[in-house]
Structures are given as structure tokens and as C-alpha cells.
Design a protein around this ligand. Structure first.
Ligand SMILES: [Fe+2]
Ligand SMILES: [Fe+2]
Length: 453
């Protein structure tokens, strides 16, 4: 019988009786996964931890979020289910570095410290560790097969390294430019709203009037609100309902996000490790960029949100070309420690930042958005004093390391130095991650947006 797979989300654990056709699985970047199985009782579980211990002082209802609270709570749940500590065996995986890595970045080694804490606690509770693969740059999956009690740690999709010979001719610049015309563009009304939102004096009445005029945007917005709020049951029937329920700010965000969703959904093959991954990554980056702007005051919040949402639009254009070079892309990512721009340039002659900026010019995005799209992997190459690209860069790094299973991308240069530009030290960085709403790292980050605070 084929086993079902249950994904354990970050900050959570699941305990189940064994000898059933069920595989528990966690996608791990900087997060650390711990699986424990009682070999006698046949009871096991999986824990997916985000941070070593609470740092923000914010009370949180997820003990599984931290090693310090997650490991004891996980063991307690296993014992309550009937497992015995003497028969428990553990496997530990994940804990990849946040970035590649200068001396200063070692202070940001959150994954390393989480893994250390996990080992310390397992030792304290006398639970032997059968296998442990932590650290490095790469994302992996940890699986526990409840039928057999066997664990597997596998490198995630981008590390597939096909052995077969592969012949590939790079596309010309004209072919790449031509592929833009084959894409369904962002609707004109959405572009207009997007420009209004980032002009920093957005007038909600004008925006709402534009939305009401456009049935497609209205329908997309309502669909997103209903999916996030009511699991798809239609409760929000009009823009006015949505305004009452969500408030102005969240409604504007849902309007621009939903109009981008259709654009991102045109590509999902190679860049993303899961369906809809590019859009999930864009949504999460937007939410984190908004929070970073609020936390640091380094950029206008709505502009940071929009820039986060748009930063990888170039990937939608490059997707079809990278798909036909798929094995080269995987090999390149492995060799280059996931420095995606180098790999794209080598294979396609151009990278997604450059293509995204060209798209932004074509659609007459405001200059600061184009600048952030162009420099989101290398913010110091941009204009002095423009911190928007730094905000998007930091949000991008946070999402690609903590929302694992989408895709890991990294850049050259010190992340600690870049965080310093927006006024954030290593301790503050960890505190900031701790304060983020947990749902942002899920596969539906937009639910965070619609949560009433
Ligand atoms: Fe990117
Ligand atoms: Fe990104």
C-alpha cells in the first residue's frame, strides 16, 4: 500500500502510532527537524523547529517553534502516546546557514545554534541520536516512515545532480525578450493601483473606485480574501464587505497581491520546488519586507510590501528557458552554493534581476521599485541612501532560508553588513524573526495578511 505524506509545518510537531502507511516529512532550510521513533512500541513523530529559544519576549502559542520548548513538549507528547524514552531513537537534520558566509555572518548562524540546542537537550533526556546531518548551505527533507520506523534525510530538489550528458544551446537575447510577449501581463488597472500605492500618498477612495470598475481584479481580490479567511467558502461578496472586514491597509495589499498571483502562476517549473512556490515566496517576501520597513523605518511600508511582491518577476520570464536547461541549472546551483545570479548568467547570459528591471521599465513602474528589483541580490550596487533594495534583500534571505521547500537562492557578500545598513544587528535579526507571525513561513503566507490584529 502506498503511504500518505503529511508535511509538518515549521513550529509544529506531530506524533502518531506507527505501523501505518504514513510518512511524516519536513522541508528544512535554516529550520531543524527532529524525528523520534520508539522501536518497541512503534510510535513516532516529527518536530520542525525555527529558532533555538525565545528571544523577543513575545508570548507564543507554538512551543514547537523553539528547541528549548519544542523538544520537551515533543517528548511529552510521545510519552503520552505510549512511547518510552528508553526505546526512543532520534534523527536530526537541517540547520543550514542563513547565508554564505563571512566572519560577521557567523553571528547569524541561527540554524547551527538550534541544532546545538537540540543535541544538548536530547543528551540531557538520554535519547540516542542515530543520524544527524546539520549545517552547510543546503536545504533538505527529513522523513519518518511510520510503517517501518525508518528515517531519510534527502537533499531537496535543487541538488539533484543528473549524471547523463546534456546538450543545450543558450537562448539569444532576442528569444528571451520575445518570451515576455508570450506572457499574460499584469492588468493595466493593477499597474495603475500599484503606482498609486507606491506614490506614498495613496488615496484609498480612488484605488477602490479603480477596483470596482474592473470585474477581473474585483473577482481575484474577493477570491483571495475568501480563500484566506474562509477556506474558499464565499463570505466576502463585495469590495465594500472586504473593506469592513479587513480594513483599508489589508485590502490594498490583497488587491495588488491577487493581481500578481495570476502573473506568477504562469511559471512554476524549475525555480520552485513546489506548486505555486514562486508566488508563495513573493507573498512572504512582501509581508516580511513590510514588517522590516515598520521595524527599521528604512522604507515606506506599502512600497516595501510592493517591492517584495515584485522582486522576482524576472523569474517568470526566464522560467521557460531555465526549464529547458534544467540539469545544468541544478548542477550550477550546487557548484555555486546557490548563487543564482551567477548560474543564470552562465546558462542564459542574463539574470532574473536584470530581466525583472526591464519588465518594470516596460510597465512604467516607479523608479524606486525598478531599482529594488534590479539590486535585490546586491543592494550595495545601487544608489547611495536607497534602503529599499536592502529591505527586499533581507526579506528575500529570510524567506528563502526559513520557508524551505520553495527555493533557496543566495547572493555574494555579507548579510550582516547589509543588515547593518538598515540598522539591524545580529541579535535584533533573530528577535525580528521571532516576532514574525508563524504563518508567514507556511505555504499560504497570505493568511497572515488577513488576520485581524
Ligand atoms: Fe531573486
Ligand atoms: Fe526571491
Amino acid at each position: 500500500m502506498e503511504s500518505n505524506i503529511h508535511y509538518v509545518a515549521s513550529g509544529q510537531f506531530l506524533v502518531a502510532a506507527g505501523r501505518q502507511p504514513l510518512i511524516l516529512k519536513a522541508l528544512l532550510g535554516t529550520c531543524v527537524g527532529v524525528s523520534i521513533y520508539d522501536t518497541v512500541a512503534g510510535i513516532g513523530g516529527l518536530l520542525h523547529i525555527l529558532l533555538p529559544e525565545p528571544v523577543s519576549g513575545a508570548s507564543d502559542t507554538h512551543p514547537g517553534k523553539y528547541a528549548s520548548t519544542g523538544v520537551p513538549a515533543f517528548l511529552k507528547a510521545l510519552i503520552e502516546k505510549g512511547a518510552h524514552p528508553d526505546n526512543m531513537r532520534a534523527t536530526v537534520a537541517g540547520g543550514a546557514l542563513v547565508g554564505p558566509v563571512s566572519e560577521q555572518d557567523m553571528a547569524l548562524d541561527i540554524g547551527g545554534r538550534t541544532a546545538e540546542k537540540v543535541h544538548e537537550l536530547l543528551k540531557r533526556y538520554n535519547i540516542p541520536v542515530n543520524a544527524s546531518e546539520t549545517g552547510g548551505f543546503f536545504t533538505c527533507t527529513l522523513e519518518l516512515d511510520l510503517n517501518t520506523g525508518k528515517n531519510r534525510i534527502c537533499p531537496s530538489g535543487l541538488l539533484r545532480d543528473p549524471e547523463e550528458a546534456f546538450h543545450y544551446t543558450a537562448p539569444s537575447a532576442d528569444a528571451i525578450a520575445a518570451s515576455v510577449t508570450g506572457l499574460k501581463p499584469i492588468p493595466q488597472v493593477a499597474l495603475k493601483i500599484l503606482r498609486m500605492v507606491t506614490s506614498e500618498e495613496a488615496d484609498f477612495k480612488t484605488i477602490a473606485a479603480e477596483v470596482r470598475k474592473d470585474q477581473v481584479i474585483t473577482a481575484q481580490t474577493l477570491r483571495m480574501c475568501n480563500a484566506a479567511l474562509y477556506s474558499g467558502r464565499n463570505q466576502v461578496a463585495s469590495i465594500d464587505d472586504a473593506l469592513i472586514l479587513l480594513g483599508q491597509d489589508a485590502l490594498i495589499k490583497s488587491i495588488i497581491s491577487s493581481s500578481l498571483k495570476t502573473f506568477y502562476r504562469q511559471s512554476d517549473s524549475v525555480y520552485s520546488l513546489c506548486k505555486g512556490g514562486l508566488f508563495h515566496h513573493a507573498m512572504g517576501t512582501a509581508i516580511v519586507a513590510d514588517q522590516l520597513a515598520a521595524h527599521t523605518g528604512a522604507a515606506h511600508r506599502a512600497t516595501a510590501y510592493t517591492a517584495g511582491l515584485l522582486h522576482d518577476i524576472g523569474m517568470v520570464v526566464l522560467d521557460q528557458h531555465i526549464t529547458s536547461a534544467c540539469p545544468l541549472f541544478y548542477r550550477g546551483m550546487k557548484k555555486e552554493n546557490h548563487r543564482i545570479l551567477e548560474v543564470e548568467k552562465r546558462i542564459l547570459g542574463v539574470d532574473h534581476c536584470e530581466v525583472g528591471a526591464k519588465l518594470g521599465l516596460k510597465w512604467a513602474f516607479p523608479g524606486n521599485l525598478i531599482h529594488a528589483i534590479r539590486h535585490h541580490h546586491s543592494p550595495e550596487e545601487g544608489k547611495d541612501g536607497d534602503k529599499l533594495a536592502y529591505i527586499v534583500h533581507a526579506a528575500d534571505i529570510i524567506m528563502s532560508r526559513f520557508q524551505s521547500g520553495v527555493f533557496p537562492e543566495s547572493s555574494k557578500g555579507s548579510i550582516a553588513d547589509r543588515l547593518a545598513v538598515i540598522g539591524m544587528g545580529p541579535a535584533d535579526f533573530e528577535k525580528f524573526i521571532d516576532q514574525l507571525p508563524m504563518g508567514v513561513f507556511s505555504m499560504q503566507p497570505e493568511t497572515v495578511l488577513f488576520k485581524k490584529t
